[in-house]
Structures are given as structure tokens and as C-alpha cells.
Design a protein around this ligand. Structure first.
Ligand code: SAH
Ligand code: SF4
Ligand code: F3S
Length: 461
């Protein structure tokens, strides 16, 4: 069979990063191998995100750039998957008729048969059928771990929360958890291939196992992952504050591999806005959770997401958010300007905040948090941090880069060893701190084994 090339462009969150690897696994039996060069590809797949309007615009501008390429190479197959595909379905091909396949999030497992149909019959296909939504996908196949130390592992899909601004429950469906045995097997295989840190991902990992009857909830799953030999660090994201149980908080005390960092999106510091968003907790509740976490693990880094300019957000509400940000002292924040999405309840809310005011509020919070982040990072100067080496720094290729337990990026120079260090945990003395990273020098000999014995590529049974 002819060797073919697939190029995947991934937009959006970690769930999409994981799904793109699933796509590669699914297409391997059809003789597709990954390529980073778009113009060498026989198949181009775009894995899309719909979380904000800007993300959706990115999809259309990318597709626009491909019109010419498709005209010059009519055999090129162009597929669009992910959340915009699920949301738009047939509307996508109407707007961009050069697309061959639209495959929604529920059609991921059917990708090979869709590609085959286009190869054989040269027809245009749209599959946004939600069938298969109750069965989380588990694809066995090549492990793409060469030269890497960290990996994402999806443990659950979808979300039952229905925050009034959010498309996720519509484009990803309701919560479904994978079986614990499957997850553990996947992590063991990753570890055999050199992975030292896994991030367990889902839109609301705290709800893992709650309705699937697998007899294993999230703290229990963490405990089982913690027992995997050769794995050095565990992270997870995202946690909904409402489902953050005391047992999960306790896990930060008990589990030695669980890294001291939690991403706990608060969205707003105003009770009124939190109610409008249907978040299901109050400001006070959130602050109490933060206090509990810090009580259990004083060094824990806490990061968060905030939406500014949600419809109905008044000056006092925004001030309450600024006050909460100051009070908590987050290690870092992801800030978003509220963006109307199709069919979500908040799209119909009145009292929209003007774009200019959203911009102002965004800048104010950015500045407040910028100061806090820098202060927190500077406090690390002079300390020694255990850095898991991930590879060469993108900005300065003569430096290695990795992350501290608290998930801060640390860059350092380390003689001639270069990439051989990937997958090791090295003690690094921090000498300088910036807003987005730390700079240091390795101290002592370092420890940890070398990654993958077979170069990072293997096949699951
Ligand atoms: N499941 C995660 C969030 C996933 S989306 C959670 O509940 O925490 C990531 C972030 O995008 C959200 O936390 C929110 O801050 C932001 N977001 C989601 N919908 C948005 C919208 N319509 N406009 C602006 N930001 C949005
Ligand atoms: Fe969206 Fe809310 Fe679910 Fe997060 S918890 S994915 S913000 S609906
Ligand atoms: Fe975007 Fe879909 Fe993730 S909307 S944030 S890619 S779940």
C-alpha cells in the first residue's frame, strides 16, 4: 500500500491535542504517517476550537488560505474536525466548499472510514452524528512519545455543568469517563516509552467516574496512577471548584507524585455574576477551597481562568473580581473577554458590556496579575527547583527547558548533553525570574533514568 502523509493542525485546548494524537493512531493502519510539512501532505486535518468567536475566526482564515492549494492539488484531502465541525456541520461546507470531510467530535472514531470513502469515491462527507457519545474512545496504536517527557491523557470527555456562556456541553456532549484500567494501561505504555509526567485531562476531571459505575472516583484514580512505577509526576486539569472534594484536596498531602499545582478557574469574584454564569458556587466558597488547599499543601501553586465583561457585569462586580485576584494571589491567570457563542443561554442576555470597556477591564486585571506573578516568581530566586527537562528552549536553542513542580517554566544551560537530558529531573538553582519563566543553573549530578529504550515509538497490543 502506498505510504501517505497526514498533516494535522491543532487548535484549542489539551483535549484537542490528545484527540489529534488519536487521529494519527487511527490513520496509521491506512498507511498515513505524520508530517510537519503541509505542502507534502496527502491529507490535511484541522482540529478546531469554538470556545470564543476569535477561535472560530481562526478556522475560517486557515481554510481560506488552503483554497489555492486545493485548486492546484485536487487529490489533496481536506478534513475539518473538532468543536467547530460539531457545531457547524453542513454550514461549514456551505461556507468552505473545498472541504472534503467534516467530522464532529463524536465522529472521531469513524475518521478512518470517512477518509477511505473520500479516497475511493471522491465525495464530500459531513458526519456530526452524536452516536458513539456514550462510549469514550480508546484507540490502541503507536505511542508518539519520541523525544518527549510529558503527555496528556484524557480521562473523561464532555461536561454536565452548562455554564451559561460555554459551548463545551453542546460540542462535546455530556460527561463520560473512561474505564480506569484503560487509563492505567495507557499511562504504563507511555512510561515505557520515556514519558515521566502525565497530565490527566478532561473538562471537569473532578467529576471523573461519578456516573459511570466504574467503581473508581477521581481521588481513587489518582492513587492508582501514583502507584505506576517509573512515572515521576502527575498533574490534572481542569478542576471545577464546585466538585473539588476534601478527599481530592487531601490527595495533595498524600500522593508523592502529585505536583503541587492546581488550575481552578474562578471566572469572576462577584456572587451576582457567578450566579448569572451558573457556576454553582460563591466567592466565599471559592476562597475557602483555596484556604484548604494551602493548608494541606502550603507551597501549592494556584492558577485560574477569568472572564471579563460578562453580560451584566457592573463596575462593582469587576471590582470584586480585582479584589479576589489580589486576595488569592494566583501564580498566573488566563484572562478572557466574554464572547457570545451560538445557542448558549448567555448569548440572549441583555446588558452586554461594550468591547472597549471589556478591553479596559482586561488591561486592568492583566496589570494587577502581572505584578503578583512577577513577585511570586522573584521569590524563587536563590531556591533550588526540581526541573523535569522537556527539551530545548524555543527562544534560545542553547538552553534546555522544563518545568518546576509548581508548573513554572525554567530555562537553563547544561553543557554538551543537550537532548539526552530530556525526561530527567534535575535540581536547578534559580538565578533570575521573569513574568513567564525562570532562569537557572543545574546543581549537582542530577538523577532520573533516560527515556524510552526503543526510541519512543512502539505499538500497543
Ligand atoms: N472546563 C473548564 C473550562 C474550559 S474552557 C472549566 O470549567 O474550568 C476554558 C476557559 O475559557 C473557561 O474557563 C473560561 O474562562 C473561558 N471561556 C469559556 N467560554 C467563554 C466565552 N464564551 N467567552 C469568553 N471566555 C470563555
Ligand atoms: Fe464549560 Fe462550565 Fe463545563 Fe467548564 S464547567 S466546560 S466552563 S460548561
Ligand atoms: Fe475549544 Fe473544544 Fe477545547 S471548544 S477549548 S477545543 S473542548
Amino acid at each position: 500500500m502506498k505510504q501517505k502523509r497526514v498533516h494535522i493542525v491543532t487548535m484549542g485546548c489539551q483535549m484537542n491535542v490528545y484527540d489529534s494524537e488519536q487521529m494519527l493512531r487511527l490513520l496509521a493502519p491506512l498507511n498515513y504517517r505524520p508530517t510537519s510539512q503541509q505542502d507534502k501532505a496527502d491529507l490535511i486535518l484541522l482540529n478546531t476550537c469554538s470556545i470564543r468567536e476569535k477561535a472560530e475566526h481562526k478556522v475560517y482564515s486557515f481554510l481560506g488560505r488552503l483554497v489555492r492549494m486545493k485548486r492546484l492539488r485536487p487529490d489533496l484531502i481536506l478534513g475539518v474536525g473538532g468543536c467547530v465541525a460539531q457545531q457547524e456541520g453542513y454550514r461549514l461546507v456551505k461556507r468552505a466548499p473545498h472541504i472534503d470531510i467534516v467530522f464532529g467530535t463524536f465522529a472521531l472514531g469513524r475518521l478512518p472510514s470517512l477518509v477511505r470513502q473520500v479516497e475511493d469515491q471522491k465525495k464530500q462527507i459531513v458526519d456530526v452524528d452524536p452516536r458513539g457519545a456514550s462510549e469514550p474512545l480508546c484507540v490502541k496504536g503507536p505511542v508518539f512519545a519520541a523525544g518527549r517527557a510529558t503527555a496528556f491523557v484524557t480521562i473523561m470527555q464532555g461536561c454536565d455543568h452548562f455554564c451559561t456562556y460555554c459551548v463545551v456541553p453542546y460540542v462535546r456532549g455530556r460527561e463520560v469517563s473512561r474505564r480506569p484500567e484503560e487509563i492505567l494501561e495507557e499511562i504504563r505504555l507511555l512510561v515505557e516509552n520515556g514519558i515521566r509526567e502525565v497530565t490527566l485531562i478532561g473538562q471537569n476531571v473532578n467529576a471523573y467516574g461519578q456516573k459511570n459505575g466504574h467503581g473508581c472516583d477521581f481521588p481513587a484514580l489518582l492513587e492508582r496512577v501514583n502507584d505506576i512505577e517509573g512515572l515521576r509526576r502527575i498533574r490534572f486539569t481542569t478542576s471545577h471548584p464546585k466538585d473539588l472534594s476534601d478527599r481530592l484536596i487531601e490527595a495533595f498531602r498524600r500522593l508523592d507524585k502529585l505536583a503541587p499545582h492546581i488550575h481552578l478557574p474562578v471566572q469572576s469574584g462577584s456572587d451576582r455574576v457567578l450566579r448569572l454564569m451558573n457556576r454553582g458556587y460563591s466567592r466565599d466558597y471559592y476562597l475557602k477551597k483555596v484556604a484548604k488547599l494551602r493548608n494541606v499543601r502550603p507551597d501549592i501553586a494556584i492558577t485560574s481562568d477569568i472572564i471579563v465583561g460578562f453580560s451584566g457585569e457592573e463596575k462593582v462586580d469587576f471590582e470584586a473580581t480585582v479584589d479576589l485576584v489580589r486576595q488569592v494571589g494566583f501564580d498566573s491567570l488566563f484572562l478572557f473577554k466574554y464572547s457570545d457563542r451560538p445557542n448558549v443561554p448567555a448569548a440572549k442576555f441583555s446588558n452586554k458590556v461594550p468591547e472597549a470597556l471589556k478591553g479596559e477591564r482586561f488591561s486592568t486585571l492583566l496589570e494587577v496579575q502581572g505584578g503578583v506573578t512577577l513577585k511570586k516568581n522573584k521569590a524563587l530566586v536563590g531556591t533550588t527547583q526540581e526541573v523535569l527537562v522537556e527539551g530545548l528552549s524555543k527562544k534560545s536553542p542553547n538552553q534546555l527547558t522544563g518545568r518546576t513542580p509548581c508548573n513554572k517554566i525554567a530555562n537553563f544551560t547544561d553543557g554538551a548533553l543537550g537532548m539526552a537530558r530530556v525526561g530527567r529531573i534535575l535540581p536547578v538553582r534559580i538565578v533570575e525570574a521573569f513574568s513567564h519563566s525562570l532562569l537557572g543553573h543545574p546543581v549537582g549530578k542530577g538523577h532520573g533514568e533516560y527515556p524510552g529504550k526503543n526510541g519512543g515509538m512502539s505499538h500497543a497490543a
